[in-house]
Design a protein around this ligand. Structure first.
Ligand code: FES
Length: 142
């Protein structure tokens, strides 16, 4: 079997799909390699905890599974912790992805980071810019 049961589960029953009208942070990213796009919405409460997450993607099954898993991993967590979420952690939580599909999980990581960055920017919160450096996709040369 090419895909793990967890990947199939999150692909067929993705969690937290949709749009959020009152989001505190929105991130939209595209994958240069395949042209897929993803939009991530976060709601942050007064204590800096991510109280709700939603995502929409025009992407492949692995991108859907990765973002679904990513939303579950950051929901209820402090926003700073969401920033630490790596595509590697998402892939591990999914019990793996085929090597040529790893770049799809990068889309999920980048969408989360973009939403966090949007939240920081909107609220004038200082952050370490190095954390948003691009180019750590394991399979993309871009
Ligand atoms: Fe584009 Fe998976 S092929 S995100």
């Amino acid at each position: 079997m090419l895909y793990s049961e967890k990947v199939m589960d999150h692909f067929q029953n993705p969690r937290n799909v949709g749009k959020m009208d009152d989001a505190d942070g929105i991130g939209e990213v595209g994958n240069a390699k395949c042209g897929d796009i993803m939009k991530m919405y976060i709601k942050v409460d007064d204590d800096g905890i991510i109280s709700d997450v939603k995502f929409n993607t025009f992407g492949c099954g692995s991108a859907i599974a990765s973002s679904s898993m990513a939303t579950e991993m950051i929901k209820g967590k402090p926003i700073d912790e969401a920033l630490e979420l790596s595509n590697k952690a998402v892939v591990e939580a999914l019990d793996g992805l085929p090597a040529y599909k790893l770049h799809c999980s990068v889309l999920a990581e980048e969408a989360v980071k973009a939403a966090v960055k949007d939240y920081y920017d909107k609220n004038d919160i200082e952050y370490d810019k190095a954390k948003f450096a691009e180019g750590d996709c394991p399979t993309c040369e871009e």
